[in-house]
Design a protein around this ligand. Structure first.
Ligand SMILES: Nc1ncnc2c1ncn2[C@@H]1O[C@H](COP(=O)(O)OP(=O)(O)OP(=O)(O)O)[C@@H](O)[C@H]1O
Ligand SMILES: [Mg+2]
Length: 268
């Protein structure tokens, strides 16, 4: 089943900035997809269009092979914006986490259970009774992601989900997203950081500065094409760059793979 299918999506902002053009994108249920591109490529614009938060100037998006619009699917689609504070508007973090389930009429004890689970998964214990504006940037990020997951969506659209997060909490977030994906949730993330992609996605959609898709494929195929990435304005992953500069084939995408490769060479 498709989680979403976009055809010919185009969008221009009121000041005339053409942000996206001719976007064709089909994402199957259960996939983990990264939207990769430089600043200004249109990643955030694309995620907001896919979330139904903006009207496209052209084209259309369908979800779960139905003819329902995104706003009829608030129980199945969640979008977390690039600025997490935009997603936190209640008096406390706990209320922000309870907000989505309450809007959907979810039973209170069920909602409380979800908040407890999310607080544990996103390391929010001790922060639940604070006003969101008194959290640090990285704490706001975790709170906003937890709030997005509180509706238990089938499709998660996350705009730079680990920007401004320290290494330890990055793993916390990525583990929580992996657990959701293993339970069947489709996850689409945006990032300008090719180094993050192998940890968070299996497929990469590469956007250029003109807001068009220049490549869409498995992580390895896209991330090992250093020339294309540089042309678009994205730095290739550091491991890929190091192995390619050293003239070694088949560059590793993870530190564990790189360590294996180096050990194998030493032993030879
Ligand atoms: N509200 C707005 N009004 C006018 N132009 C905008 C607006 N928001 C974004 N843009 C423009 O649309 C284009 C795409 O912006 P978008 O925020 O989608 O890029 P992005 O890929 O998410 O970039 P970043 O990596 O910096 O988050 C850019 O040229 C940007 O200047
Ligand atoms: Mg953005």
């Amino acid at each position: 089943m498709n989680a979403l299918a976009a055809r010919g999506l185009a969008f221009a902002y009121p000041d005339g900035t053409a942000a996206l053009d001719g976007i064709d994108l089909t994402i199957e249920a259960g996939q983990r997809v990264a939207i990769l591109g430089p600043n200004g490529a249109g990643k955030s614009t694309l995620l907001s269009l896919l979330a139904g938060l903006r009207e496209p100037a052209g084209g259309e998006v369908s979800y779960f092979e139905t003819d329902k619009a995104a706003d009829e699917l608030r129980d199945r689609i969640a979008h977390c914006p690039q600025a997490p504070a935009d997603y936190l508007f209640n008096a406390t973090v706990r209320e922000d986490l309870e907000y989505g389930p309450a809007q959907l009429g979810i039973d209170r004890s069920e909602a409380e259970g979800r908040v407890d689970d999310l607080a544990a998964a996103f390391a929010l214990d001790g922060l639940l009774d604070k006003p969101p504006f008194r959290l640090s940037g990285g704490e706001q990020r975790r709170a906003a992601l937890a709030a997005a997951l509180a509706v238990d969506p089938d499709l998660l659209l996350l705009d730079e989900p680990v920007a401004d997060v320290d290494a330890g909490h990055r793993e916390t977030i990525l583990d929580a997203l992996d657990a959701r994906n293993e339970a069947g949730t489709t996850i689409v993330v945006s990032t300008p950081d090719a180094d993050l992609v192998p940890r968070i996605a299996d497929r990469v959609v590469l956007l250029d500065r003109a807001g068009t898709i220049v490549r869409d494929g498995p992580v390895r195929d896209v991330l090992t094409d250093g020339d294309l990435l540089r042309e678009v304005g994205v730095s290739p992953p550091q491991l890929v760059e190091a192995f390619q500069r050293a003239g070694l084939d088949d560059p590793p995408l993870t530190v564990a793979d790189a360590a294996d490769r180096l050990r194998d060479r030493d032993e030879r």
